[in-house]
Design a protein around this ligand. Structure first.
Ligand SMILES: [Cu+2]
Length: 470
């Protein structure tokens, strides 16, 4: 959790400044003390203590940066620094981030707010922060070399602009971006509407997270920053399943999920059990006439999307990227497909040479979840996650939307697994099975091929054998 001591000290400064004039001009001129987060847990929404009221967001496995109000200006202090991020229980990565975590804290402001952000660079190289999607003076856009000098290590720069339009934004480096983003530097930014907005509905739950990716070899801690496409960890807010918290909502809640993509590929985000509408992008709220129901929406590189729906079906609903390799954790891709290959006879010959040798893949990869294979330290299994009915066999970009009648308004605690009403769970059919009727119909090739094969060949398929434990 946030260092309580720091937070209250921080809050004390803000409260004093607003309530009385006893704080000296010197004190107010100083930087707001940076608030550092030491936990990767999902923090409760930060209710605004000063300024225009709004309904705060909940950052999945993240938190919102407190501010101080200085003569009507919201002041934030970001510290760019190396961090240790727990990406899942038992797996920590050495990343770069802001204020103790990767991603950095979410910044929440209200349309029309004047915002001042101090950025202290504690990285070993220079830095600059770009405020993605914002309308602002060109010199505040944060592109090192183009709109400002880079922030040298040890230096603090100040950015100041008015948050002119409401919406879903992010911040990220615009100096040695390839390295700094591969190391985990970015954060979410939400500008809430000042009043009733014709295109922005009031919601009961407002979640946000960034899609990010890393290439970290099993057993190591630091991402390989030169990787361009072949990442092995697909994350939400630098967390991977089963380390991603569930999204816990009350039955009937209107829910908004804000997602930004800072990986190098697209991610089709898929929600089970409900249909959603895209109500906004980083360009702003979408016109109502442009909205249609979806259960999957593709989020391109550098794009942000707001998914909105009414959570009107109770249960534990999967929410995940639909690229099946993105719901896996670190694995080798240079592995041949072995489905149907008969390994019998090979293993005994290899065993004297490699005692740990295991046959895998002849029945598919699901066996991986129950394999007692020794893993290097600081490694997460490729597919894992124990659900109420067994292993979920997932990793990476996967979590669960938990919709419950009993969930109290504003309560984000995990309600546990869904208790299914009797007779509503798929179950084994135990009565006799009829022989399958092979479907036959007229038809076939619309255009017959000319060359014939020399001799007819047929592929022998070895049916996977019975398997203990299934
Ligand atoms: Cu994906």
């Amino acid at each position: 959790m946030t260092s309580r001591r720091d937070f209250f000290k921080f809050a004390g400064v803000a409260g004093g400044a607003v309530a009385t004039s006893s704080v000296s001009r010197v004190a107010m001129a100083a930087l707001p003390e940076p608030v550092i987060q030491t936990s990767a847990d999902t923090m409760a929404p930060l209710l605004p203590s000063t300024g225009h009221p709004y309904n705060p967001v909940v950052t999945l496995n993240g938190w919102t940066l407190p501010w101080r109000m200085n003569q009507g200006v919201k002041e934030f202090h970001l510290v760019a620094e190396p961090v240790v991020r727990e990406m899942a229980p038992g797996f920590k990565a050495h990343l770069w981030g802001y204020n103790g975590q990767s991603p950095g804290p979410t910044i929440e402001v209200v349309e029309g707010d004047r915002v001042r952000i101090f950025v202290t660079n504690k990285l070993p190289e220079h830095h600059a922060v770009h405020w993605h999607g914002q309308r602002l003076p060109n010199g505040m856009d944060g592109v090192a070399g183009l709109t400002q000098p880079a922030i040298a290590p040890g230096k603090t720069f100040v950015y100041e602009f008015v948050a002119r339009r409401p919406g879903t934004f992010m911040y990220h480096p615009h100096a040695d971006e390839m390295t700094q983003m591969a190391m985990g530097m970015y954060g979410f930014w939400v500008t809430h509407p000042k009043g009733k907005h014709p295109l922005i509905d009031t919601v009961q739950r407002d979640f946000c997270f960034l899609l990010n990716a890393f290439d970290i070899d099993p057993g190591s801690y630091t991402p390989k920053t030169m990787t361009m496409l072949d990442f092995n960890l697909w994350a939400w807010n630098s967390r991977i399943f089963p380390g991603i918290d569930s999204l816990n909502v009350r039955l009937g809640d209107k829910v908004r999920i804000r997602v930004g993509n800072l990986t190098m590929t697209n991610h089709p985000m898929h929600l089970h059990g409900h249909e959603f509408f895209i109500t906004g992008t980083d360009g702003g709220p979408t016109p109502k006439s442009s909205r249609w129901p979806e259960v999957t929406t593709d989020i391109g590189v550098g794009q942000m999307r707001q998914l909105e729906f009414v959570a009107d079906e109770e249960g534990d609903w999967a929410l995940h990227c639909h690229k099946s390799h993105h719901t896996m954790n670190a694995m080798g891709h240079a592995v041949p497909t072995l489905i149907g290959v008969d390994h019998r006879g090979i293993a005994p010959k290899i065993h004297p040479l490699i005692p740990d040798y295991m046959v895998m893949g002849e029945r598919g990869m699901a066996d991986m979840t129950e394999m007692e294979m020794p893993l290097p330290d600081n490694t997460i299994p490729m597919m894992t996650g124990q659900g109420p009915f067994g292993s979920v066999e997932m990793g990476g970009m996967f979590s669960v939307l938990k919709v419950r009648k009993e969930q109290k308004p504003g309560n984000y605690q995990d309600p546990g697994w869904f208790q299914h009403p009797a007779g509503t769970v798929a179950h084994e059919y135990t009565r006799p099975l009829a022989e399958p009727a092979r479907f036959k119909a007229e038809g076939g090739q619309s255009m017959p091929r000319v060359q014939k094969t020399a001799t007819p060949t047929s592929v022998q398929v070895r049916k996977p054998g019975a398997h203990r434990g299934h």
